[in-house]
Design a protein around this ligand. Structure first.
Ligand code: C2E
Ligand code: CA
Ligand code: CA
Ligand code: CA
Length: 278
């Protein structure tokens, strides 16, 4: 992962322009925040549609900068990806998440915790040692951890991606294809990837109620995923009507404000202990 830093070392500051206003993040302040463990882990529950039980949670990074105040994750993650800090940030995210969740993940209910991986991290040298070392250090079973990988990762080096994912899967880790539908990955990768879950992006889930063609599209993605042996997670479910439509379509899991907003780990962890086996 060090090579990610070396490769992009030259970019010390970068201007990222989100829709509303620009935030100038300094390389040094994000580096210090990560190194000093000043970021926080929030968790957002995954809910099994059939039972309405929480079976796990996604780890989402939060950063409140002393100078800028709260910085949106898409802003500081994008900055980290562009400046090479993403290697350090990923190491932080894995260790902070496993440290907080270790005890709960060893409980008999066997909940899952998912960790986001930026596209290039999965195929960076050292990633496999990082994740397996952290599992050993925190004494967390590999089967409790789901790695969320976006389609973009697959485009960069598909052969390497498939090889790394296969080795991780063989060690017991689970893999989810994140933000499905918004990237440009060819459908042919879907059949080759050793993934166990497919997460349909929120932009498609928003259409499930009120847009007939949008609903048909989501229904078709769910059927396709099931035929390939993948469980489906719908992202960004904000109301009961959407949840009920997704249930009719056979969607396995949902995640969204309706079933639980991202919240500090300490608030969500007790809910995971009541989780059912995945
Ligand atoms: P993502 O992986 O697609 O995560 C889901 C995003 O949707 C989260 O945004 C979450 O707060 C938001 N969300 C969940 N349910 C709802 C809903 O019902 N409605 C709406 N409108 N939004 C919902 P967040 O936390 O701002 O994170 C943004 C992105 O930043 C994530 O998108 C992920 O790609 C990235 N990210 C966050 N934490 C990490 C991390 O530790 N490492 C890496 N590599 N990326 C991270
Ligand atoms: Ca994700
Ligand atoms: Ca996602
Ligand atoms: Ca998304």
């Amino acid at each position: 992962l060090a090579c990610l830093a070396a490769e992009r070392e030259e970019t010390r500051t970068a201007l990222y322009r989100p829709e509303e206003g620009a935030v100038r993040i300094e390389h040094a302040e994000l580096h210090e925040a990560v190194a000093g463990n000043q970021l926080q882990v929030h968790l957002q529950p995954f809910v099994e549609v059939a039972s309405r039980r929480i079976i796990g949670a996604e780890s989402l990074a939060r950063w409140t900068s002393a100078r800028l105040g709260p910085v949106r994750p898409d802003q500081f993650i994008t900055f980290a990806e562009r400046t090479g800090l993403i290697g350090e940030l990923t190491r932080w995210s894995i260790n902070a998440t496993l440290r907080l969740c270790a005890e709960v993940l060893r409980s008999p209910e066997a909940p899952l915790v998912s960790i986001n991986l930026s596209p290039r991290v999965l195929i960076a040298p050292g990633f496999e040692q990082l994740i397996t070392g952290a599992l050993t250090f925190w004494n967390v079973p590999a089967t409790s951890v789901l790695l969320e990988v976006t389609e973009t990762a697959l485009m960069e080096d598909p052969e390497r991606c498939v090889a790394v994912m296969t080795r991780l899967r063989d060690r017991g880790l689970r893999i989810a294809i994140d933000d499905f539908g918004v990237g440009q990955a060819s459908l042919s990768y879907l059949k080759r990837l050793p993934a166990s879950k497919l997460k349909i992006d929120r932009t498609f889930i928003m259409d499930v109620v009120g847009d007939d063609r949008g609903a048909r599209l989501v229904h078709s993605i769910i059927d396709l995923a099931h035929r390939l042996g993948l469980q489906v997670v719908a992202e960004g479910v904000e109301d009961e009507a959407t949840l009920l439509r997704l249930a009719e379509m056979g969607c396995d899991l949902v995640q969204g404000y309706h079933t639980g907003r991202p919240a500090p780990a300490a608030e969500v962890l007790p809910l995971l202990v009541q989780a059912a086996p995945a």
